[in-house]
Design a protein around this ligand. Sequence first.
Ligand code: ZN
Length: 206
Amino acid sequence: MAEEKRMPNVMQRNLLAAVADVLGENGLKAVLNVAGLQRFIDNPLPNDMELGVTFADYGMTQQAVEDVVGPKGAKMMLTRIGRATFRYALEERPAVLGLVGVALKALPTGARMKVVLASLARAATKDVHQPTDIEEHDDHFLFVVDECPCRWRGKKDKPVCFVTVGVLHGALHWATGKRFNIEEVSCIAMGDTACRYRIDKEPLEG
Ligand SMILES: [Zn+2]
């Protein structure tokens, strides 16, 4: 059953830590109340790969951030939360990101991008049960996610997966020291078949 689709505890744990980072502890409480996820208040999730949370939990948490901060601030806040989520994942359980033992030092920027995106896609598919692929084009990559917690956020008329955008920003900056333009160009919450993220190969200035 779709509502029962599950993901590892560590995913939600890192997301909630990131929400607390960006919105403060009281902000996190407000978000969990709005999401109907009071069971996570003052009750940290274990740092493990047990399938203790649902895609719905993860999606409702993001939706509640949008509800709490309002539509205007949501994009920026959720992107910041995504970057922080990447930091926590990298510090606490890098295996989840598939980035353990990835050797990047000798590689040029484009190759680094590809290695990191492929690692994230593999880890998402295998450990998070989000089937994910990358496509390489002349001037950009597409990061294509076939199942996403945004499915549980209600019907949208614009892409909403800014946490993933933030995670991709964090991962690519970690891997290359550079910043890139990243845009979600189709979204399951809009009725599309996948959430697709377009990542320009050319870094942004500065
Ligand atoms: Zn999406």
